[in-house]
Design a protein around this ligand. Sequence first.
Ligand SMILES: *Cc1c(COP(=O)(O)O)cnc(C)c1O
Length: 437
Amino acid sequence: MTQSVGGWLQQDSELLWHPYSSLSAPSPVRLVRGAEGVRLHLDDGAGGTVEAIDAMASWWCMIHGYRHPVLDAAVKNQVDDFSHVMFGGLTHEPAIRLAARLVEINPSPLEHVFFCDSGSVSVEVAIKLALQYQVARGHNGRTRMLTVRGGYHGDTFAPMSVCDPVNGMHSLFTGALKEQVFGPQPPAGFDRPDDDPELLAWAAELAALAERHADEIAGIIVEPVLQGAGGMYPYSPACLRVLRELADQHGFLLILDEIATGFGRTGTLFASEHAGIDPDILCVGKALTGGYLTLAAMLCTTDVAQTVSNGPGGALMHGPTFMANPLACSVALASIDLLLSQDWAGRVAAISAGLSTGLAPAASLPAVKDVRVLGAVGVVQLGGPVDIQRITDAVLRRGVWVRPFRDLVYTMPPYVCTDEEIATIAAAITGAVEEAG
Ligand SMILES: *Cc1c(COP(=O)(O)O)cnc(C)c1O
């Protein structure tokens, strides 16, 4: 029997955790009845639906939009073959093809691939690999990670330990989290040159920290060029060159977490390309499957793979149940082919220009502290915490779905948004922020 939208929402609030939610004071949720192209169809509570452009691309994943015929077909065809098989002792074409494709399209000499279920797990595996690498080289004391403040790498324990200590609420888990080495956040702004004084001061602090903790550090982990869930914060590619040099100097591995930035979001296929440096380990996820299924990958160099494989244990010690799920691999392959078959860079550049123009008026609003755009990411930072419910409702009345956090109202739209839809998103955000004061 179907029940009213009120009935479903009541049941939801009693039964379900949503991301970062409370069961004693659940925040409102909306019922999705369908989704097509760049639009969500939300139940309007009166027997109908209301359409909204998904300016979040379902948390940055849904780059080609909903119900894309090519991606739908990829999943359906794979269902007709087989939906899942264990990856221990068995393999399949979707996994082999996708691994080869990832090796081919990434700009670095990363030649080996580990598939897992989510971004957080890929970060777990990357850190585990770095620790095993150091053990294999006789550096058993190198068990910590060096990172910078303001980062976000996922919600399981190892990723949480390298998230920003304040935003990541490390105080809640004191004693349970590995204490990592935190450097200052890179100075704000994508366009800072290598010899910018603030950047040089930052580099000197990082160098001193690396020197002091060299015997304890296994690797450096950062999100290249754009810190995402930690604060939608762009920084200069020159900082990545600094980190690459420190890693080389001290024998640390450099892990780039491109789970948010991969597949074109910042204007290059991978954000490392802005800096012209290569990581030793790379994590990708989110847009990997075009938002259809949960899948992430960890890639590494042959040196890392061989060193760990020839070290104590003789293997990378990880193996999830749903490793390399064939449905997810098939749709990921289709999504990558679809992306590369179009002028994706032109689209991202057009979205970037549209967001810059459309969000510019927000900069002069009294409530606004900063407006910034990098690639297909547009951010309006307020002077204080966002009234999430109020802004979400005000943006929705303008036909757009956003999910603000902390002091940030932002968009990471699907690449298939038209110029008009990008203008609608920017106007809705600006209008809502103005209305909320
Ligand atoms: C989202 C995200 C993760 C975590 O991925 P999940 O799939 O949510 O586990 C890790 N790192 C970055 C940079 C992310 O944006």
